[in-house]
Design a protein around this ligand. Structure first.
Ligand SMILES: C[S@@+](CC[C@H](N)C(=O)[O-])C[C@H]1O[C@@H](n2cnc3c(N)ncnc32)[C@H](O)[C@@H]1O
Length: 431
């Protein structure tokens, strides 16, 4: 049963101003690898400083590249992450794992690059139209790199292989014919011109060495920072991915085990996470058989709905939402059901967040409103109503202007541009 959301005077959170200690959005290991629609680190840091304490355990159920988990560890907070993207696990390990001997670790990483140089170039990913996406030198060098790392798991420690695969993945789009300025792989007019001039970068091994050195330096700084703070805290916080889980089930997370939750779920109908990162997933051999289709079905906001299930007028149970869904459905039946499904998935996820949170725990959600088929969808208000219907108490609401989110995809014709994001803060009753 949904009640109208309680009205709050929304605050201007301007997150970038709240954490002057953050020098830039890519400091320390945040620089490692790009990711669609990343948090700026200021957002989780602000939330964690306000609503969490050292030695707590926090959760990000849509953790993506692990921004919130990195920030948690830097504040002495333990962190759990859930994400259906298999790359998320690798990124988290590369960013937060503390290795015992950094010099030895670095030397092993650089040796791996040397070994890759002379490795045969037999490995080919299952990526369709490989020759369209990569020129021959890029293809050959990527083949040596990924072939060596994936086919020789016993030659190097697991942490080194993982770190090097992340470094290798980070250069895939740099040596690709797709336009790096557009998140979805697409050979733009600009890239066609560069291809004609023979000016597309192909030196994968050269870039790999450069990226690896930069990322090693960042990892070293991150580890030194955590180790120094650890001497004050008396412990070292940890980050862990919850395996075989999903934001809609939070499987493998016990009831009332989490102190606070901070997350940024996908937007309704505005993201194509896997398409924008599919080249990397294929090279990493993380997409087997039909798993890209499977991932696209599991994503909150999925567009994989059979048309036959989209005939009836979509009804969620919130009056204003149903009115908007009905209007979208009139012009685009499938789109109406995609939006319905988004809110159903978000409801499942919010119920699970309630289950795993300790009484009195806080839950921060960053969401954006949408315009779909010219119809405004007040996503943040509906999410507030859903959260209140599962018994969360709204604690605070604010907004921030989106400045630049690396690889935030251009929205398609059916989804409007999100210019501000809403931060909703809820509290579970009790204590
Ligand atoms: C906005 S991104 C989060 C980015 C993250 N805050 C960061 O800083 O990198 C949303 C994430 O939700 C994940 N996701 C989508 N559906 C999911 C589901 N059913 N369960 C868990 N994660 C999911 C996507 O893979 C994506 O990584």
């Amino acid at each position: 049963m949904f009640m109208k959301a309680k009205q709050y005077a929304a605050k201007d959170f301007s997150f970038r101003k709240t954490c002057p200690e953050i020098p830039n959005t890519t400091y320390l290991t945040h620089k490692i690898h790009y990711y669609p629609a990343k948090f700026i680190p200021h957002i989780p840091r602000w939330f964690l400083k306000e609503y969490s304490r050292p030695n707590n355990t926090i959760l990000d159920p849509f953790c993506g590249s692990g921004t919130a988990l990195v920030e948690a560890n830097l504040l002495g907070i333990n962190a759990l992450g859930v994400d259906i993207n298999p790359l998320a696990h690798m990124l988290l390990q590369a960013k937060t794992e503390l290795v015992e001997d950094h010099d030895k670790f670095s030397a092993q990483c650089l040796t791996a690059i040397d070994k890759a140089r002379s490795h045969p170039s037999n490995y080919m990913p299952d990526l369709p139209n490989l020759d369209t996406w990569f020129l021959s030198q890029a293809r050959e060098e990527l083949s040596r790199i990924f072939g060596y790392l994936l086919e020789n798991p016993d030659q190097l420690p697991e942490a080194v292989i993982n770190f090097m695969l992340v470094c290798a993945s980070s250069i895939v789009r740099k040596v690709c014919n797709a336009d790096p300025q557009i998140s979805k792989p697409f050979i733009s007019r600009r890239m066609r011109a560069l291809l004609k001039e023979d000016a597309v970068e192909q030196r994968a091994l050269h870039l790999l060495e450069r990226h690896t050195r930069t990322f090693l330096d960042r990892k070293n700084k991150y580890m030194r920072t955590v180790a120094n703070l650890g001497k004050i805290w008396g412990y070292l916080p940890i980050s862990k991915m919850v395996m075989d889980s999903d934001a809609r089930t939070l499987r493998n997370i016990s009831n009332q085990s989490i102190d606070s939750i901070i997350t940024s779920p996908p937007y309704a109908n505005a993201q194509e996470y896997f398409r924008s990162i599919k080249m990397e997933l294929y090279w990493l051999n993380l997409l087997k058989d039909n798993s890209l289709k499977q991932l696209n079905r599991e994503i909150v906001g999925t567009e994989s709905l059979p048309l036959s299930e989209c005939r009836d007028t979509p009804v969620f149970g919130i009056e204003d939402l149903d009115s908007a869904l009905g209007q979208v459905h009139l012009v685009d039946q499938k789109r109406g059901h995609i939006v319905l499904r988004y809110f159903q998935d978000m409801q499942a996820s919010i119920e699970q967040c309630y289950r795993v949170l300790k009484p009195g725990g806080y839950f921060g959600l960053l969401v954006g409103d949408n315009v779909i088929r010219k119809i405004k969808i007040d996503t943040h208000t509906f999410i507030q109503e859903i959260a209140e219907s599962v018994d969360f108490i709204t604690e605070d609401i604010g907004y921030d202007r989106i400045v630049a989110r690396r690889l935030t995809p251009k929205r398609n014709a059916s989804a409007g541009l999100i210019e501000i994001e809403w931060m909703l803060i809820f509290r579970k009753p009790g204590l």
